[in-house]
Design a protein around this ligand. Sequence first.
Ligand SMILES: Nc1ncnc2c1ncn2[C@@H]1O[C@H](COP(=O)(O)OP(=O)(O)OP(=O)(O)O)[C@@H](O)[C@H]1O
Ligand SMILES: Cc1ncc(COP(=O)(O)O)c(N)n1
Length: 275
Amino acid sequence: MKPFLALTIAGSDSGGGAGIQADLKTFQELGVFGMSVITALTAQNSLGVHAVHPAPVSIIEAQIEAVLSDMGTDAVKTGMLYDGAITEAVAWAIGRYGVPRVVVDPVLVAKGGSELFRREELDALRTKLLPAAEIVTPNLPEACALLGLPDGALRTRRDMEQAAIALLDFGSRYVLLKGGHLENEEEEAADVLAGRDDGPVWLSAPRIPTGHTHGTGCTTAAALAAYMARGYPVAEAAAAAKAFVTAAIRASFPHGAGTGSLWHGAHRGEPGGRR
Ligand SMILES: Nc1ncnc2c1ncn2[C@@H]1O[C@H](COP(=O)(O)OP(=O)(O)OP(=O)(O)O)[C@@H](O)[C@H]1O
Ligand SMILES: Cc1ncc(COP(=O)(O)O)c(N)n1
């Protein structure tokens, strides 16, 4: 048996809840063999990002080359890319190796507000990477930044639908706009999926009353990539990823003194707690 393969190109989170660590846990949970290209090291815990050390572009290119020239992959997921030069190198390599399915999570800011990407170099994401994506998965602040809108400009479901459709102009086939940050949606955590050929579809789940949501975005995009690696069409992969992340948020736990982590094994239904 040869398993399906997925490659994450992202930053390392020492706390284990987001970035490369969340992605590899999610791939494994969903029966997909995970591989990784590390773009940056972060010293991170529940209280925030304490230090960031980007990798040189040459070692990022070497990691991608090592994996894709020999092993190949069924899907790629990108996360924290830190700056324009790394973004361009990743976009180029994805194009060179003809990666079949590409999920771009345009990570800009961590939960606590630390910048994980150089804002002034956002054009590299817009013009180089988004056209290579089958699907891009911004949260509301990321959608505002990509569209050049002021932060907080997207406040209603109608705003979200319009923004998701507008984001398609950057060239991806689909946009999954995540509504975790939509403050006036008390009852539901609702995301909208827009496609070039399909009208917007809403994916909703009950909003879970927890502050322990470190890594929700990475986990969603990684689950999407895992299901896409397994051959699911985008709409089915997005619905399955939503179910996976909702279960992981429901089983989230205090992990440090600040924002706690998701439990990626929750979908198995096993109790994860200590005795
Ligand atoms: N409290 C919650 N209960 C249920 N689902 C949630 C909750 N918060 C976020 N979600 C869901 O989690 C997924 C990730 O969305 P979110 O908007 O939080 O991503 P993100 O902003 O990229 O993550 P982060 O804020 O960690 O960077 C979405 O499907 C969203 O609807
Ligand atoms: C290395 C790294 N990558 C991404 C995020 C964002 O995390 P999320 O949006 O999933 O909370 C993070 N905090 N650290």
